[in-house]
Write a protein that binds this ligand. Sequence first.
Ligand code: ARG
Length: 562
Amino acid sequence: MDFKMEIATAISACTGMDANEAVNYIEIPPDRKMGDYAFPCFRLAKTLRKAPPVIAQEIIEKLKKPDFISSAEVKGAYVNFFADKSVFVRNVIERSVSASYGSSDMGNGKTVVIDYSSPNIAKPFHVGHLRSTVIGSALYKIYTELGYKCVGINHLGDWGTQFGKLISAYKRWGSKEAVERDGISELMRIYVKFHDEAEKEPSLNDEARGWFVKMQEGDDEAITLWKWFYEMSIREFERVYDILDVKFDSYAGESFYNDKMDAVVEELKAKNLLTESNGAQIVDLEDSNMPPCLIIRSDGGTLYATRDIAAALYRKKTYDFDKCIYITAIDQNLHFAQWFKVIEKMGYDWAGSLVHVPFGLVSLESGKLSTRHGNVVLMEELLKGSIDETRRIIEEKNPDLPDKENVAKQVGIGAVKFNDLYNGRIKDVVFSWSRMLNFDGETGPYVQYTNARACSVLKKAGDVDLSQAEYSAVSDESSFEVCRELNNFPAKVIDAAEKYEPSIISRYLVDLSQAFNKFYHDNPIIVEDKKVMAARLLIVKAVNNVLVKGLSLLGISAPEQM
Ligand code: ARG
């Protein structure tokens, strides 16, 4: 049952306003003394040509109350509704203990492509890529929950002039042994050296360009080296994805489009969109107030944007998506706005289904992160650091916990993910161990701990016949608050998907946890009266169900003990 909709339907019957419109105006009063739901009558004033308080009065007189509403009253321009607590509570509990609570079939038959993580090979996977990975895989799970078919793509940065530089650097200063021993960090070392040396000796850049041209032509030596760097990088990335428990349906990165680029350029030409500018080929975007989108460099090389255009065309053809979502840092806003515009200019009516989902910067307490210069924080170090720190806390607080190592992993990784998902995407994230692992803060461990508490109560209670529940026993204020939160879950999942904002779920989980902890504090659960106990246990069960489901949508495990 959708409570707001029930009220909207009743209002519609006495005012003629469409229920689907009325439902948008229904508010939850900030002060519960004002009721559980409120309908403001301002919008009706124009159509009914009456003052809002008069309309409110008329609604009250004609109103046929829905079952779960015990009373309604006029307060100024508002009609305030009071829920019949035991009817409300029973209804919410019955729905929210079910395994499918929060899921929906609204996406049936629709496909969403999600482009996330997408690190650059031969460079360390740093904390900046973590956000894309974590937000992307959460959106993947959220959309799947709503019935969409999702395709997760890791659009690896595995093609471009930088690999010409890397080959140059390797030929000059690299060795097979060192690269095999140290992997990406050795590649990074020689790549940085290349930049330093090229500053003194610019001809190095020509050499590097030469190698990239060879790569594009399929030269044996160039491709063999590139493949070697590629495979080594993937191996390192997969270690991180394993720790994070993140998966992709496709690893088609930039290199995948190498042989699909000519067709794009031809099409742009045929559609009269290409112009020459200083030897380069561009799409002019002046009419959209943007700098031109570079398609071909003056040396003939294609660019990041060219490959994104080719990828979008390919994805549309291959997956026939309803939406294609790209999750990257906010500093790529212009890049996406530009090439989305190019797709539109090409005449594709699906240009509007391309969505850039930007996020804010990630920093450590000590400053911005960058791969090119020092201050590189490898993902693996960060994740292992969080697990170590959690292990230390467990040793201190609960040394007898069974399966400690596994719990340390679930909590340590959960803390990092939750920290990344707690603030609105656009906000910058600062990593702070003490804040992220605070069991009493607005953190992953706090939500996991609340769930573990619920699990332990359920276990202690043993087998109880829940069908004997006496719902009037759970109509006190704090029980009612928990149910009110439980009732919000399905709408939060939809809202998170529509706004591409997993933080809507993480914040919700903190609210639900707080409401539950208050309920738990106020109400003894294991009591003599079996009917009362059954009703309270049902709340515990529903909270457990929703916390586990909500955490899983964020890619976070829910240990039963911690
Ligand atoms: N490789 C890019 C980077 O690390 C992100 C790619 C995002 N996806 C895309 N289709 N452009 O910044």
